[in-house]
Ligand binder design. Sequence first.
Ligand code: PGA
Length: 254
Amino acid sequence: MKRTPLIAGNWKMNTTVSEACSLARAILTGIESADGVEKVICPPFVSLAPLYEILAASPIKLAAQNMYFRPKGAFTGEVSASMIKPFCSYVILGHSERRQIFGESNEIINSKIIAAFEAGLKPILCLGESLEQRKAGKAVDTVTGQLLNCLVNVRQTSELVIAYEPVWAIGTGVNAAIEEVCQIMEALRAALAGMYGTGTGDEIRLLYGGSVTAENTASYLSQPVIDGALVGGASLDSNQFTTIIKLAAAVKNT
Ligand code: PGA
């Protein structure tokens, strides 16, 4: 099945509003056409509205980096799906920094995925094993377990995106070996086929994330099992991020 490649830039807790506007403009200028690749920027919440104005007539879509699953109420500091929906197509859920630093469980992430779909947002669900889990030979079991638990009672799947991001590869400069990533992607694809049936499971895009750079993008994306990348640090550099997008277009559309 042909899946549209997707490159998403996760800016994390970086950029003031004015820095975010400058970076978005630089990316917009730099991407030229890069047709055939879906392009997504994930800025901090406060920059979603201003970037929406800047990117409205452009091919770049916006994602939030998180949201809460309740629709509204006394949840100080939280932001709901309906608050981000006017600006965003996507929302990152279950990023390992949310799991590790803020204690998010698979159950919470599952509730967020259901709430995101109900609001018309497309979740980018992040999964990944720790170094200890990998060393213990538990990478596949950990990641497929996260997948099953995060998708309990999730029936809507065509718009779901999965990002496999080994925890030890995030922000470390130690990107995962291609063969290891492919092994996990194949296990995820098989698990999705088991849950949703081959045709439905096949629509879901599988991204790799973890120290993706302009130098290593092509080697990941030349693998048919890898549909795109979730890019952290390198997405804060407009030259590098636009190079990654152009490489994705070249590798996937040949
Ligand atoms: P990194 O981050 O590219 O800086 O490793 C990826 C991510 O956390 O999504």
